[in-house]
Design a protein around this ligand. Structure first.
Ligand code: ATP
Length: 465
């Protein structure tokens, strides 16, 4: 896709998301609040369906994966042990021309130079200097005019529970990632369930990062939600298990309905010192292939660190062999918001109709569609049609997310339901009053068929299963 087409698609998606109640910029009446967004009435349904599907696939369908909901706040030592206080930073530089703050690793990436995550300021500045003339500011287009890069810590501080003047010295952080809550509960989970290694702990929850470059819509937010799973394994089993999980996570996206041509593996060449393997699943966002999910083999680093800093033994004893060891950890971590962006990018469809008109349709997989069935009376000023339509709506609403829609004319309603991705539109017309049948219109084919009201439940069950 050309640059112009790409930005065009992004603009269309951002406009659609607001117009149709999926994503709103936060605090818009106050001029917005950088890189913070709200889910609107349909967005919250889509996000909920994404989370429920992840939970079902990861927790419900795996006997040896259990859930957890740890707090956003944790003891400040957690973030020292994890390395976040000293090393959770991105290299920041300023464009001397337009004063935009930019991530140097991203500027380098744009010209095909990849920086190691753990590089010192000195090393990253060397890379920046070597490539300076080639690098362009993405905001104003000026080449080579950047300040020196400086590490900028991404942890978001709070003053929770600290009543002294200088709370800044020992702040409680808003968690920068959800997985630390899993590591510090490893022993609790082990002692309170009958799990034996290998087993996993899954969690969905908010994370906060003071991201430097806040652009690309909901791809990079400062408050976002992660769906993470940490799998505890014997070191000898780790690599085999890692490869199996890579395959399963790829399959998860296909089962979610994502087009395979929009997915790509990205292998990390520069691993952090404790990691043995790291691959990302990248998605073809309107601005190119970028990380959707990270799948990492983190060795025994996390539990070793927390053992050291807490003074608590976090090793595991095999009940059969008595072998004692610190389990190795495999992790698969994905953002709800990035999945949301991938799903809407994948679903956004413009179609030219036979009558020359264009329709915008969100081809959501049925399980993700915010509204499953829309129910309408053909005319809103005919009480007998409205009463019947309401009756049907009331009989279906406990099973499916339904919408009663009597706005505008029927054509407009269909167009609106197509735009929010509703798979089925059900219309009560005059024939309904004669033979108790309704029309059901299929979003994708636009074909309408008549179905007996008494057969509706069965019909929808088959179609939406
Ligand atoms: P990036 O390199 O894009 O900053 P990351 O490698 O720091 O991402 P991880 O720390 O591995 O990301 O987080 C796991 C997942 O959480 C990512 O794959 C992504 O889906 C999601 N995620 C991370 N940061 C953000 C953010 N600022 N906004 C939305 N989602 C995010």
């Amino acid at each position: 896709m050309s640059d112009k087409k790409e930005s065009n698609k992004m603009e269309k998606i951002v406009g659609w998301a607001k117009r149709r109640g999926f994503v709103f910029p936060s605090s818009e009446i106050y001029g917005g609040f950088g890189a913070v967004y709200d889910f609107g009435p349909y967005g919250v349904e889509l996000a909920k369906n994404i989370k429920e599907n992840w939970w079902k696939v990861m927790v419900q369908e795996n006997e040896n994966i259990i859930g957890l909901d740890s707090s956003i706040f944790m003891h400040p030592k957690v973030w020292e042990a994890s390395g976040h206080v000293s090393g959770f930073s991105d290299p920041l530089a300023e464009c001397k021309q337009c004063h935009s703050r930019l991530r140097v690793d991203h500027l380098l990436e744009d010209i095909g130079v990849f920086a190691d995550e753990k590089m010192s300021d000195e090393e990253i500045n060397k890379l920046l200097d070597e490539n300076r003339d080639e690098i362009k500011c993405p905001k104003c287009g000026t080449k080579g005019q950047f300040s020196k890069a400086k590490s900028f810590n991404l942890l978001v501080k709070s003053n929770l529970g600290n009543f002294t003047e200088d709370w800044n010295k020992e702040p409680a952080y808003l968690r920068g990632e959800t997985c630390q809550g899993i590591y510090i509960n490893f022993k609790n989970v082990l002692d309170s369930t009958r799990q034996k290694i290998p087993f996993g702990i899954a969690q969905i929850g908010k994370a906060f990062r003071n991201e430097i470059t806040a652009r690309q819509f909901i791809f990079r937010k400062r408050e976002f939600e992660q769906m993470e799973f940490q799998y505890f394994v014997h070191p000898n089993e780790a690599m085999k298990s890692y490869e199996e999980w890579r395959e399963r996570r790829w399959q998860y996206y296909l089962d979610l309905g994502i087009k395979e041509e929009n997915l790509k593996w990205h292998k990390h060449e520069n691993l952090v010192f404790y990691a043995k393997a790291a691959w990302d699943i990248d998605y073809n966002f309107p601005f190119g292939f970028k990380e959707l999910e990270g799948i990492h083999y983190r060795t025994d680093y996390d539990l070793t660190q927390h053992s050291k800093f807490s003074g608590k033994d976090l090793s595991y004893r095999n009940p059969q062999t008595n072998e004692k060891y610190i389990p190795h950890i495999l992790e698969a971590s994905v953002g709800v918001d990035r999945t949301f962006l991938a799903v809407i990018t994948d679903a956004y469809t413009e179609e030219k109709l036979e009558d020359g008109n264009k329709r915008v349709m969100m081809k959501f997989p049925k399980k993700l569609a915010p509204i499953k069935v829309a129910i309408s009376p053909l005319l809103k000023n005919k009480p007998e049609l409205v009463t019947k339509a309401r009756e049907i709506y009331n009989s279906l609403k406990s099973q499916y997310m339904c919408e009663f829609d009597d706005n505008g004319n029927i054509g407009k309603r269909y167009r609106r339901q197509d735009e929010i991705g509703t798979p089925y539109c059900l219309t009560v017309d005059f024939e309904t009053l004669e033979n108790d049948t309704v029309t059901i219109r299929d979003r994708d084919t636009m074909v309408q068929e008549r179905v007996k009201v008494e057969k509706l439940e069965e019909f929808l069950k088959n179609k939406l299963k």
